[in-house]
Design a protein around this ligand. Structure first.
Ligand code: C2O
Ligand code: CU
Ligand code: CU
Length: 483
C-alpha cells in the first residue's frame, strides 16, 4: 500500500461514508476477515487553521451500515463515530450546531478545560428539536495536548443519546505530538462503541434495556466497524489513541504477544511511558499507547478481556446486564506492514508536578437506593440529582481533595467536568503514578482520593458517574466554582 501523507489522508477521511460502505460490503464477502489494506480510520476530520476551528454540526437520526446491516442511529453529520475535531492550544472554536433529533440535546466537551458558562461547555443548555446554537470558546494557550471528546449531556437522555451513537473525538495537538519519537509513530484512533438493534435495525428502546446495570449492546464497534483492521509498521511504532465512548461497557484491552507503552491518560501525557500488558478503560476514559512492531510479522488480535463490574445481586435477578464476564471478544485486528523505519519508544514525555496540599477535603459516597421522589435511584451522599440544588461549592484558585467511597455493589467511574485531577490514593495506598485524569474508577467497596485544582473558570458544572444510565438515574451533583 502506498504511503499517504497527512493531507491525503484527511481527504480520504472526507469520503468516509463511501469508504465505510465499501468496507462492510466487502467484509460480508470474505467472511468477516478484516481488510489489511483499508484504514479503520475513515472518519472525517476537521482541523483548525489560522487559529480557528469552525464547522457545522448536525445531530440527526441517520441510516448507517453497521456490522453489515442497515441501522438507524443517532449521528453527528451522519457519521458513526462523529467527525474528529482537531485544534491547538490557543485556538478559537466555533461550532454551528443544529438539533434535528426528535429530542432536546446539547453538547459537552469532555476533558476540555474551557469556560463552563454561556455557549461554552455548558451542560445546562437545552437545545430543542429543530433549534440551532453556536458553541463558541477558546482553548487556553497553556491547554495540554490530549485525546478529548464530545457527546450529548442533557440529564435524563445522556445514556440513550450516546447509545444511539452520538460521540466523537476532540483532539488537542501540542507538546506531546511534537516529541520526535511520538511524532514519528504511526497514529491511529480507536473510538469504542456498542449498540443494540432490533430486527429492523432500530435502536432497542430504553424501556427494554437493563438501566440499573447500565445498558450494553452486543454489537461492539471500533470506529463504527466490527473488528476493523489496523496496521503496525514492522520495526516501527504504532500510536493508538483510544476512547471508550460506550455508555456503560468497560473495555479491558490486551494485544496478543505485545505490551502497551502507555504515554497518556485522560488529561494528556505521562512523565514517561509505562509498560502494561492490559488497559482497563471505563466509560469516558481515554488512553494513548505506543506499540512496538518487534514481533513476528503476522496478524494479532486486540482483545477485550472479561471484566466483572458488579451487579445488583439479590436485588435485581432479572436486571443483570450483558457484562463481558466470561469470554474475550475481538475489538480489532492488527497486522504488520513493512513500510516503517526502525523506531524506539521515547523515554521522557512531560513534567507533571504533584499538586500542593488541599485547602479542603470533602467526602462523597456512591450507592444506589430508594429515593422517595423517584423510586430506585443512584445516589451521591444519599441524594439523587436535583437540577435546582447546589451540591458542592468550591472556590476558584483553590485545591481540594475529594475522597470518594463506593458502598454499593457495582463499580462506578467517577467523572469531574472541566478540571483534571490527580489520584492521591486508593484504599489509603498512596498512588505512585503521577497522571492527569478526569474519570477514575471507584470499584465497589473501595475508596479513591483525588486532588483537584479549580483553575481559570468560574461557574456551574457537574460531576457524575460515567455509567451514563447511573448518571441519568441520579448519580450526579451540581458543582459551583465561585470566583
Ligand atoms: Cu463524558 Cu459529564 O461527561
Ligand atoms: Cu465530561
Ligand atoms: Cu455508576
Amino acid at each position: 500500500m502506498a504511503k499517504i501523507n497527512r493531507r491525503q489522508f484527511i481527504a480520504l477521511g472526507a469520503a468516509g461514508i463511501g469508504t465505510a460502505l465499501v468496507v462492510h460490503w466487502l467484509r460480508q464477502d470474505i467472511f468477516s476477515q478484516p481488510l489489511a489494506s483499508l484504514s479503520a480510520n475513515a472518519v472525517p476530520v476537521y482541523q483548525s487553521g489560522d487559529g480557528l476551528l469552525e464547522l457545522d454540526l448536525e445531530a440527526k437520526e441517520n441510516p448507517i451500515n453497521l456490522a453489515g446491516r442497515q441501522a438507524y442511529l443517532l449521528t453527528y453529520n451522519g457519521q458513526i463515530p462523529a467527525p474528529r475535531l482537531e485544534a491547538k492550544p490557543g485556538d478559537k472554536v466555533r461550532i454551528h450546531f443544529t438539533n434535528n433529533l426528535s429530542q432536546p440535546t446539547n453538547i459537552h466537551y469532555h476533558g476540555l478545560h474551557i469556560p463552563v458558562t454561556g455557549n461554552g461547555d455548558n451542560v445546562f443548555l437545552h437545545i430543542k428539536p429543530g433549534e440551532k446554537l453556536t458553541y463558541e470558546f477558546q482553548i487556553p494557550s497553556n491547554h495540554p495536548a490530549g485525546t478529548f471528546w464530545y457527546h450529548p449531556h442533557l440529564h435524563g437522555l445522556v445514556a440513550e443519546q450516546l447509545f444511539g451513537g452520538l460521540a466523537g473525538l476532540f483532539i488537542v495537538r501540542g507538546e506531546l505530538d511534537e516529541i520526535p519519537k511520538v511524532k514519528a509513530a504511526k497514529e491511529e484512533f480507536l473510538v469504542l462503541q456498542d449498540f443494540a438493534l432490533d430486527d429492523n435495525g432500530r435502536l432497542i428502546n430504553s424501556a427494554h434495556m437493563s438501566l440499573m446495570m447500565g445498558r450494553e449492546g452486543d454489537i461492539i464497534t471500533a470506529n463504527g466497524q466490527v473488528n476493523p483492521s489496523l496496521s503496525l509498521p514492522e520495526q516501527g511504532v504504532l500510536r493508538l489513541r483510544i476512547l471508550n465512548a460506550s455508555p456503560s461497557r468497560f473495555y479491558r484491552l490486551s494485544l496478543e504477544n505485545h505490551s502497551f507503552y502507555q504515554i497518556a491518560t485522560d488529561g494528556g501525557a505521562l512523565n514517561e511511558p509505562i509498560e502494561v500488558n492490559e488497559l482497563l478503560l471505563t466509560p469516558g476514559q481515554r488512553a494513548e499507547v505506543l506499540i512496538k512492531g518487534d514481533k513476528e510479522p503476522r496478524q494479532y488480535r486486540l482483545l477485550n478481556l472479561p471484566y466483572d463490574r458488579g451487579g445488583m445481586g439479590m436485588m435485581g435477578g432479572g436486571m443483570m446486564g450483558r457484562n463481558n464476564r466470561d469470554e474475550p471478544t475481538v475489538i480489532a485486528t492488527i497486522s504488520y506492514e513493512d513500510q516503517g523505519q526502525s523506531l524506539s519508544i521515547p523515554t521522557k514525555l512531560a513534567s507533571i508536578f504533584s499538586l500542593p496540599e488541599p485547602q479542603t477535603v470533602r467526602r462523597f459516597e456512591l450507592n444506589h437506593g430508594m429515593n422517595p421522589a423517584v423510586g430506585m435511584a443512584f445516589l451521591i451522599n444519599g441524594e439523587a440529582y436535583n437540577h435546582d440544588r447546589l451540591d458542592t461549592q468550591v472556590q476558584l484558585d483553590t485545591v481540594e481533595d475529594w475522597e470518594i467511597t463506593n458502598t454499593g455493589m457495582m463499580d462506578h467511574p467517577f467523572h469531574v467536568h472541566n478540571n483534571a485531577f490527580q489520584v492521591i490514593s486508593r484504599n489509603s495506598q498512596p498512588e505512585s503514578l503521577l497522571a492527569w485524569r478526569d474519570t477514575v474508577l471507584v470499584p465497589r467497596g473501595e475508596t479513591v482520593r483525588i486532588r483537584i485544582p479549580f483553575r481559570d473558570f468560574a461557574g456551574k458544572t457537574v460531576y457524575h458517574c460515567h455509567i451514563l444510565d447511573h448518571e441519568d438515574l441520579g448519580m450526579m451533583g451540581n458543582l459551583m466554582i465561585n470566583a
